[in-house]
Design a protein around this ligand. Structure first.
Ligand SMILES: Cc1ncc(COP(=O)(O)O)c(C=O)c1O
Length: 365
């Protein structure tokens, strides 16, 4: 039997009736976009995040772009982030007219190296987007101190960190604004695209909610240039339903990670390290090995499929060559992009499957 790195199918089997009931309610309601379900998600999820306001949008990419736009960050501004992230973190910065400026990552947790942030700050710098990668939070104790000292905005990219905590506070509750993705594979995934902006700052919330709808407060009158990034009712209803199960599903992810940690500790794989401040939600379980290709191929021969996030460092991609970075600019990211890969991880992954993966890995790594 094929073991995928991720699959929503077992989840769907377990909650199919509930999902279809929600979908039917929406289709019968007469309101398909930005209705009661979106409102209730905005209230429920912002409460979960311990934030005052929430705005449902169409994707995590839009959430970052609108967050930047709501803080009036654009042409002539620089935004600090990492080259080891999903392309959308960077594309959102470019879409709002600003320039992404990269800072390398730590070799242990793959997150922004806070000791390198200040060197990247200049007069044009307006914001830092720390990416809470793989299910962990960046080092906000230090990031917030640097941001305060340099009067910078902090926008958390929480696409991969729903259900993660730092110093016992939810991921997304540290920055001035936080951006979430409900892409299906995420810890809180929709059955289509979706995203969310969280903040406790009223002015950002008000602007974000206008910017997602062509800059309109009232229909047919634009207060300012905006975009179309509405969250639809079906996705909001499903996310509302799934939010109730999030805690259990994160627990299941952590149990799988614990099994991997315990049973793979004597292999030559470098396993994830959890630091004391972080409650890791294991969106993905990332390991390192110098012979990555060999291991992935062997696993595939046994019907086990891994993923690499990310095999290419953004500063070296053709699409971002206009930023004029060169090979060697971010050595840790570049080195790790050749070694990292992620093992199958999703809440419904059966223990027997985890044991099969471990058994295969023990023979080859
Ligand atoms: C770190 C990160 N940021 C942003 C995004 C963008 O989210 P979406 O795919 O919902 O636009 C993703 C998801 O791919 C992501 O993993």
């Amino acid at each position: 039997m094929k073991i995928n790195v991720w699959s929503y199918k077992d989840e769907y089997k377990s909650i199919r009736k509930k999902i279809l009931k929600e979908v039917d309610k929406v289709f019968s309601s007469g309101q398909l976009i930005l209705g009661e379900n979106v409102k209730s998600l905005e209230s429920n999820f912002s409460k979960y995040l311990k934030l005052k306001y929430g705005i449902g949008v169409n994707s995590g990419t839009d959430a970052i772009q609108i967050a930047l736009m709501s803080a009036k960050i654009g042409k002539g501004d620089e935004v600090i982030t990492v080259p080891n992230t999903a392309v959308p973190t960077v594309s959102a910065i470019v879409s709002c007219g600003a320039k992404p400026v990269f800072v390398d990552i730590n070799k242990n947790d793959y997150l922004i190296d806070v000791n390198k942030i200040e060197k990247a700050i200049n007069k044009k710098t307006k914001a830092i987007i720390p990416v809470n990668l793989y299910g962990q939070c960046a080092d906000y104790d230090k990031i917030l101190t640097i941001a305060k000292k340099n009067k910078l905005l902090v926008i958390e990219d929480c696409a991969q960190s729903v259900g993660s905590f730092y110093n016992n506070k939810p991921s997304g509750s540290f920055g001035h604004i936080s951006a979430f993705s409900f892409y299906p594979s995420k810890n809180l995934g929709a059955y289509g695209d979706g995203g969310f902006i969280g903040t406790s700052i009223k002015s950002y919330a008000q602007r974000a909610s206008q910017l997602r709808r062509y800059g309109m407060k009232e229909f047919y009158y634009s207060e300012e240039h905006g975009i179309n990034s509405r969250l639809d009712e079906v996705q909001a209803a499903i996310i509302n339903l799934k939010l109730r199960m999030l805690k259990t599903w994160i627990k299941q992810r952590r149990e799988i990670a614990e099994t991997y940690n315990k049973l793979l500790k004597d292999t030559s794989l470098v396993l994830p390290k959890e630091n004391k401040k972080n409650f890791h939600s294991y969106y993905v379980y990332v390991v390192q090995h110098p012979r990555r290709k060999y291991i992935i191929n062997k696993l595939e021969k046994n019907n086990i499929y891994c993923n690499i996030s990310y095999p290419f460092s953004i500063h070296l991609m053709r699409g971002y060559s206009f930023l004029k970075y060169q090979r060697g600019d971010f050595p840790i990211t570049e080195k790790l992009s050749k070694r990292i890969f992620s093992l199958p991880m999703y809440p419904q992954l059966k223990h027997s499957m985890v044991l099969k993966i471990v058994k295969c890995l023990k023979k080859i790594a």
